[in-house]
Ligand binder design. Structure first.
Ligand code: C2E
Ligand code: CA
Ligand code: CA
Length: 375
């Protein structure tokens, strides 16, 4: 399906028609004044009739074309730039035209959702998804100890989509199951490759959605992929948000216990932004807390964020849980977090998310530095 809206050039073209019609009427009146009365009356009636018919036709055409219409999607003319879909706004800077749906809100949402669902489905079969790896730095060794796998989608016509745009729709439509499976499989294959290159210390984390826990057979899926790729389970870390843990507690405890017994690590993403109940920290087999970037953003010795971060670190230490700070953007933030003994740092100050090849280069450079230090 393609979303179409009348361009301003076309509107101008249509406005010309009534102007021409009125000119005809004016000419008729002129003729009336200079010719014989009978002939003039006859011509005036003809001109008038013609003018009225054209006016009527142009009005109908203008109204019809001004309305947004849905047509079969023409792959060469994708021009959706802006769709309002509930709370999700998708913007695509590479596109020339701007579209706003003008039907009623519910119809627009359903149409836009179906459109995105179709795009995601096609993207899965066309292999348009890719993974970036954002390095994590160990504050103890000063080395890259792992990375977080972050999904990206490049559509050949619409350009890049941020995961914040398509993950919620993939969750709503259930497409997160095949997409999540692809992420797990790809991450495990890459871990195998990096381990074979000699980087056995690497631990790669991936994000899991609540839906994957609720509906998917996540334990079996991961177990199968581990068996296929033959990688050590300790090299895989799963990032879950607090909401996942709170949603389906009993089932969740069971699933996480099984994953943990397989040797896989579990970390809590965006820690501090979700539920305030901390009792789940005792119930679930958690290995790490990822301190949310909103806290890291504003740390300095005098803010409330400082108090919160120090409390999180102290609590994690007491529970023997690792801490990872995400969204580290400045040297000051990094120094502060090192001083307060956070275990790992992740953020633009350490590195942007990298392609597979860039991350491999980074690993070799990191290794070279360590080797140089030893000699
Ligand atoms: P997240 O798990 O909190 O991922 C961290 C996000 O912060 C990433 O955005 C990353 O690019 C960004 N980031 C990294 N360093 C910095 C920094 O220093 N400053 C700031 N301001 N931001 C930084 P991204 O890649 O756009 O991912 C957004 C969200 O999409 C992720 O948030 C995660 O919840 C979700 N996501 C990404 N990949 C997957 C996936 O494979 N599966 C699922 N279910 N969700 C995913
Ligand atoms: Ca994450
Ligand atoms: Ca996060």
């Amino acid at each position: 399906m393609k979303l179409v809206k009348l361009s301003s050039a076309k509107k101008i073209q249509l406005l010309i028609i009534p102007v021409v019609v009125l000119s005809f009427c004016f000419l008729g009146m002129l003729w009336l004044s200079i010719s014989s009365l009978a002939l003039s009356v006859m011509l005036y009636v003809c001109f008038g009739f013609l003018g009225f018919a054209l006016l009527l036709l142009s009005a109908i055409a203008f109204k019809a074309l001004s309305r947004l219409s849905i047509e079969p999607h023409d792959k060469t003319q994708s021009n959706m730039k802006f769709i309002k879909m509930g709370s999700t706004h998708m913007t695509h800077p590479h596109l020339e035209n701007s579209i706003e749906l003008t039907g009623d809100e519910l119809t627009n949402q359903l149409q836009a959702r179906r459109y995105m669902e179709m795009l995601i489905r096609a993207a899965l079969s066309n292999q348009e998804f890719t993974l970036l790896y954002q390095p994590k730095l160990s504050t103890k060794t000063g080395r890259i100890c792992g990375a977080e796998a972050l999904v990206r989608w490049f559509h050949p016509e619409l350009g890049w989509f941020s995961p914040n745009e398509f993950i919620p729709i993939a969750e709503e439509t259930g497409l997160i199951i095949p997409l999540g499976h692809w992420v797990i499989k790809t991450v495990c294959e890459k871990i195998k490759k990096w381990h074979e290159m000699g980087f056995e210390h690497l631990k790669i984390s991936l994000n899991l959605s609540a839906y994957q826990f609720r509906k998917g057979d996540i334990v079996e899926d991961i177990a199968n992929v581990l068996w296929e790729t033959q990688i050590a389970p300790y090299s895989l870390e799963l990032e879950l948000t607090e909401s996942v843990l709170m949603e389906n507690t009993e089932k969740c405890v069971l699933m996480l216990d099984v994953l943990k017994s397989m040797g896989i690590s579990i970390s809590i993403d965006d820690f501090g932004t979700g539920y305030s109940s901390l009792s789940y920290l005792r119930r679930f087999p958690i290995d790490a807390l990822k301190i949310d970037k909103s806290f890291v953003n504003n740390i300095n010795e005098k803010t409330q964020e400082d108090t919160i971060i120090r409390a999180i670190i102290a609590m994690a230490k007491g529970l023997k849980i690792k801490t990872i700070a995400e969204g580290v953007e400045t040297k000051e933030q990094a120094n502060y977090l090192i001083k307060h003994e956070v275990d790992e740092l992740q953020g633009y100050y350490i590195s942007m998310p990298l392609t597979e090849d860039e991350f491999t280069t980074q690993l070799y450079e990191d290794n070279a530095q360590v080797v140089a230090l030893k000699h």
